[in-house]
Design a protein around this ligand. Structure first.
Ligand SMILES: Nc1nc2c(c(=O)[nH]1)N[C@H]1C(S)=C(S)[C@@H](COP(=O)(O)OP(=O)(O)OC[C@H]3O[C@@H](n4cnc5c(=O)[nH]c(N)nc54)[C@H](O)[C@@H]3O)O[C@H]1N2
Ligand SMILES: Nc1nc2c(c(=O)[nH]1)N[C@H]1C(S)=C(S)[C@@H](COP(=O)(O)OP(=O)(O)OC[C@H]3O[C@@H](n4cnc5c(=O)[nH]c(N)nc54)[C@H](O)[C@@H]3O)O[C@H]1N2
Ligand SMILES: [Mo]
Length: 760
C-alpha cells in the first residue's frame, strides 16, 4: 500500500532545514500569532476573539485541555491557542457554490492543509448515491435521510457514533443518550487513539481514570517528571505552570527521545524578563529510546525499594494492595537490560534516582509518548507504582497528571461517551429517562474500522473530528469508510473525511466555540471539563459563520426526533431550546454534577469534580485499595538496519488540521514530509542530510505499507529512533498494531526501513 501526497495540491511541500531552537515562546511567537490570526480573521475580529479566550465571560479555548487557573491574564491564550481560534473564526467560507465547483474526487486529491484553508462550511450538503459532488440539502431532508438509513439497519449495532473531543458536555450527553435509546453502545471517540491507555491504567490502579492533581499542586511540587510530552507546542500554557513551580524550587526531569525546545527554556510572553531571557526548565534530560519508559520506571522502582527509608511504608500499608508481588518483580529489574531498552547511562539513571529520593512531592506528567505503544498500559502502571512507593498520591503537590489533548475530551467521557460504560452509569441513565440501555459493549475506534471493513457496521456518524485522517492504516480505513451505506459528519471545516465517503454522505455544518449560540429560550452557554477535572462555562461571542448553522445539541436533538419519533419520551425539543434543561438531567445522572446549573452560576471560573484518590485517599478499585501491579518489562526490539518511528505533531498543526508548513522549534520550514534521524544512524544507512527516502513499515502481516518521498533530516534524536509527522505517516501504522488492554493504535512505535528515493 502506497500513500502518495495528494496530487491536486498546489502547495509545494519543500522543506528547508535549519538548526533546532533551544527555547519556546517569547517575541517571535507573539508576532507569528498575530500574523496568522489576522490572515484568517482580519484585525477587528482578531481583537474581539483573542481577548475573550479563556476569560470567565468568554469561550473556552478550542486548543488544548490545559486548565486556566484562578488569576487570568488579559491575554490568557498561547500562540497555538490563537491559531486554533483563528482557524475557527476565519472569514473564509465554503458555500454550496464551492461544492458545485469541486467534485468529491477532486476534494480527495487535495491535501488536508488545502481543505482546511477553504474556510467554514455554511450550509448542509448531501452526496446522493452515484453522485459526483455534494449538493445543498435542507436540514429536514438531511435528518430524514439519517432516519431512513438508521431504521433500515438489521440491528442498532450496525451504526457507529464517533465523537471528537471538542464537543461540549451538553452535546456529548445528548449524543450518548440518543445512541443508547436507539440501542447501541457503539460510541468510539478520539480518546481511543489518545489517552485510553491512561484511563485503563489509572482506573485499574487508582480507581479513577483521570489525573489526580490541580494546577495548585503543580505549583507546589518539588519534582515534576515530564515524560512523553511536548508542551511547548501542544500545551504551551503548561510552560507557565512549570516556570512557576521552578521559581518555587521545583526540579524538572524530561524524559523524551527528542530535545524539545519548550522543555529546555521558556520565554514567558506575559512578563518583560521572560521575553528577554526566559527560564531554563529542565534540570535533567533523559534522552530515552522510544518505548523504554517502562524499563526506566521499573529500575527506578527497584532502586527505591533498595534504598533504606525511601518507601513510604505507612502509605503502602494503609492504602495499597499487591505490594509483595510488585516488589518481587521490581527486584528483578536488570541494569543491563534497562540500559539497552532506554539507551541511557548508569550515571543518568543514578541522577534521576537522586532527584526522586530528594523529592517529597512528585508529579509525573505524560501524554502521547507514553500512551501510544503496545505496552502503554503497563508503562503507565509502572509510573503509578513509583508514585505509590513514595506515597505521592492524594497529597498536595503530588500525583498523576495525564495531560489531555482535545479541550473537552475528558468531559465527553464523563458524559458517557464510552463504548464500555459502567453499569452504574447506565442504571442512572435508564432511571432518569425511563429507557433500557444496551449492556453489551460497543466498538472502539479500531473495532469500528474493522466492523466497517467487514460489513458489520453500515452507518457512520461523527460529531466532529476527522476520523479518516486521524485513524491508523489510512488505506484500510479509507476502504472501510467507502463500504458504509451512509457517512455523516457534523463539522466546522472541511477535512479528508468529507472526501472519503460511504455510498451516501452528509456534511452537517455546526457552530464552533467562538460562535454565539442563540436558541428559543435565548443565548446559551455550554460547559467543558479541563484536564484537571474543572468544569466551566464557554460562551461564544461572534456572529455565527452562517445563519444556516445548527448547534451540536440542536443537531442531536433533531436527529433523535427524526429517528426515534413518537417512541421517545425524551423532551428533545426542550433540550434544544434550553441547554439548562440538559444540565438538570446531567445533574441527576452523572456523579459530581449535583446542582449543576446553580454551581455554574455561583462559580464563573468553574468548579472541581470530586476525585476520591485526590480528595480523600479513597481508591474505588476492585480491591478498594490503590493497586500495585507487576507486569513483565517490555520494550520494542528493532531488527538490524531498521529504525523505530514515532508519528508526532509539528508546531503548525492541530491534529489533522494543518495551520502551516513550519515546525519552528525543530528548525523545519516550508514542508512536512521530513523524517528526523540521528546523524550516526543516517550515516550507517547511507543517507546524507537532505537525501530523500521512502518510509516502509514492517509488520507481521507481511503487507508493505509505504509513505514515499521524505526528506531525511539529521537530528539529535535518541539512537535507533526516527520521527515524522502525523497524519502523513498514518498509512504506516497497521490497524492491528495496538496497545494491549486499551487497544490504542501504537502510533509511537512503528518499525520502518528507509529506502532512498526522490521527492514525492
Ligand atoms: N498546538 C497543538 N496542540 C495540541 C495538539 C496539536 O496537534 N497541536 N493536539 C492535542 C491532542 S489531541 C493531544 S493528545 C496532545 C498531544 O500532545 P503530545 O503528546 O505532546 O503530542 P505529540 O506531538 O504526539 O508528542 C509526543 C511527545 O512524546 C515524545 N515521545 C515519543 N515516543 C516516546 C517514548 O517512547 N517515550 C517518551 N518518554 N517520549 C516519547 C515525542 O518526542 C514528543 O515530544 O496535544 C493537544 N494539543
Ligand atoms: N499517527 C498518529 N495518529 C494519531 C495521533 C498520533 O499522535 N499519531 N494522535 C491521535 C490523537 S491523540 C487524537 S486526539 C486523534 C484526533 O482525532 P480527531 O479528533 O478526529 O481529529 P481532529 O484533527 O482533531 O479533527 C479536526 C476536525 O474537527 C472538526 N471540528 C473542529 N472544531 C469543531 C467543533 O467545534 N465541532 C465540530 N462538530 N467539529 C469541529 C473540523 O471539521 C476539523 O477538520 O488523532 C489520533 N491519531
Ligand atoms: Mo489526543
Amino acid at each position: 500500500m502506497v500513500s502518495k501526497p495528494p496530487a491536486g495540491d498546489p502547495v509545494q511541500d519543500a522543506p528547508r532545514v535549519g538548526p533546532p531552537q533551544h527555547a519556546a515562546a517569547g517575541l517571535p511567537a507573539v508576532g507569528h500569532t498575530l500574523r496568522m490570526a489576522q490572515e484568517q480573521m482580519g484585525p477587528l475580529r482578531t481583537a474581539r476573539t483573542l481577548l475573550k479566550v479563556n476569560q470567565k465571560d468568554g469561550f473556552d479555548c478550542p486548543g488544548c485541555a490545559w486548565p486556566e487557573g484562578e488569576k487570568r491574564h488579559v491575554a490568557e491564550f498561547c500562540e497555538n491557542g490563537a491559531k486554533a481560534v483563528a482557524e475557527e473564526a476565519t472569514l473564509r467560507r465554503v458555500t454550496p457554490a464551492f461544492f458545485a465547483a469541486h467534485p468529491v474526487a477532486e476534494l480527495a486529491s487535495r491535501s488536508g492543509y488545502w481543505l482546511g484553508q477553504q474556510g467554514r462550511i455554511t450550509e448542509p450538503v448531501y452526496l446522493p448515491e452515484g453522485g459526483d459532488r455534494y449538493e445543498p440539502v435542507t436540514w429536514e431532508r438531511a435528518f430524514a435521510i439519517i432516519a431512513e438509513e438508521l431504521r433500515a439497519l438489521g440491528s442498532p449495532d450496525e451504526a457507529l457514533f464517533y465523537t471528537s473531543g471538542r464537543t461540549s458536555n451538553e452535546a456529548a450527553f445528548l449524543l450518548q443518550l440518543f445512541a443508547r435509546e436507539f440501542g447501541t453502545n457503539n460510541l468510539p471517540d478520539c480518546s481511543n487513539m489518545c489517552h485510553e491507555s491512561s484511563g485503563s491504567a489509572l482506573t485499574e490502579t487508582l480507581g479513577v481514570g483521570k489525573g489526580s492533581v490541580s494546577l495548585e499542586d503543580l505549583h507546589r511540587a518539588d519534582l515534576i517528571i515530564v515524560a512523553g510530552q511536548n508542551p511547548g507546542t501542544n500545551h504551551p500554557r503548561m510552560l507557565s505552570a512549570l516556570e512557576k513551580a521552578k521559581a518555587a524550587g521545583a526540579r524538572i526531569i524530561s524524559v523524551n527521545p527528542l530535545p524539545e525546545a519548550g522543555l529546555e527554556r521558556f520565554k514567558n510572553p506575559q512578563t518583560p524578563q521572560g521575553m528577554l531571557k526566559g527560564a531554563a526548565l529542565t534540570d535533567l534530560f533523559l534522552q530515552i529510546r522510544i518505548g523504554g519508559d517502562q524499563a526506566l520506571f521499573r529500575l527506578l522502582n527497584r532502586l527505591v525499594l533498595e534504598t533504606p527509608g525511601a518507601v513510604d511504608e505507612a502509605f503502602v500499608r494503609e492504602y495499597t494492595h499487591g505490594f509483595e508481588e510488585f516488589a518481587a518483580a521490581a527486584r528483578e529489574a536488570d541494569w543491563e537490560e534497562t540500559l539497552t531498552a532506554t539507551g541511557l547511562t548508569r550515571a543518568e539513571i543514578g541522577k534521576a534516582l537522586e532527584m526522586v529520593l530528594a523529592s517529597k512531592r512528585t508529579i509525573v506528567c505524560w501524554a502521547m509518548g507514553l500512551t501510544q505503544h503496545k505496552h502503554a498500559v503497563p508503562t503507565i502502571r509502572e509510573v503509578v507504582n513509583l508514585l505509590l512507593l513514595r506515597g505521592a498520591v492524594g497529597r498536595p503537590g503530588a500525583g498523576v497528571c495525564p495531560v489531555r489533548g482535545h479541550s473537552n475530551v475528558q468531559g465527553d467521557r464523563t458524559m458517557g461517551i464510552f463504548e464500555r460504560p459502567a453499569p452504574a452509569f447506565l442504571d442512572a441513565l435508564d432511571k432518569e429517562f425511563g429507557i433500557v440501555s444496551p449492556r453489551r459493549h460497543g466498538f472502539d475506534v479500531v473495532r469500528s474500522i474493522q466492523a466497517l471493513r467487514d460489513g458489520e457496521a453500515k452507518v457512520f456518524f461523527a460529531m466532529g473530528g476527522n476520523f479518516v485522517g486521524a485513524s491508523p492504516d489510512t488505506e484500510v480505513t479509507e476502504a472501510a469508510m467507502r463500504n458504509a451505506r451512509l457517512t455523516v459528519h457534523v463539522s466546522t471545516k472541511l477535512n479528508r473525511s468529507h472526501a472519503v465517503t460511504g455510498r451516501r454522505a452528509l456534511i452537517l455544518p455546526t457552530l464552533g466555540r467562538t460562535d454565539k449560540d442563540v436558541q428559543r429560550s435565548g443565548r446559551q452557554v455550554v460547559t467543558v471539563e479541563d484536564s484537571m477535572g474543572l468544569v466551566h462555562a464557554s460562551r461564544g461571542n461572534l456572529p455565527p459563520a452562517s445563519p444556516h448553522l445548527l448547534s451540536e445539541p440542536a443537531i442531536v436533538a433533531r436527529m433523535a426526533r427524526a429517528v426515534l419519533g413518537a417512541e421517545s419520551a425524551t423532551p428533545w425539543e426542550e433540550f434544544e431550546a434550553d441547554y439548562g434543561a440538559i444540565r438538570d438531567r446531567i445533574a441527576r445522572v452523572v456523579p459530581g454534577f449535583e446542582d449543576f446549573n446553580a454551581r455554574l452560576a455561583a462559580h464563573p471560573g468553574g468548579f472541581a469534580l470530586p476525585h476520591a484518590p485526590r480528595d480523600e485517599r479513597r481508591f474505588p478499585t476492585a480491591t478498594g485499595k490503590a493497586n500495585f501491579t507487576a507486569a513483565p518489562v517490555e520494550y520494542p526490539r528493532v531488527p538490524e538496519g531498521r529504525l523505530l518511528l514515532q508519528t508526532l505533531r509539528s508546531h503548525d498543526q492541530y491534529n489533522t488540521t494543518i495551520y502551516g508548513l513550519d515546525d519552528r522549534y525543530r528548525g523545519i520550514k516550508g514542508g512536512r514530509r521530513v523524517v528526523l534521524v540521528h546523524p550516526e544512524d543516517a550515516a550507517a544507512l547511507g543517507l546524507a542530510d537532505g537525501a530523500y527516502a521512502d518510509l516502509v513499515s514492517e509488520w507481521t502481516d507481511g503487507v508493505e505499507r509505504r509513505a514515499p518521498g521524505f526528506r531525511v533530516v539529521h537530528y539529535p534524536t535518541a539512537r535507533g529512533c526516527a520521527a515524522a509527522y502525523y497524519p502523513e505517516t498514518n498509512v504506516l501504522v497497521p490497524l492491528e498494531a495496538t496497545a494491549d488492554v486499551s487497544n490504542t493504535p501504537a502510533s509511537k512505535s512503528v518499525i520502518v526501513r528507509l529506502e532512498e528515493s526522490a521527492p514525492a
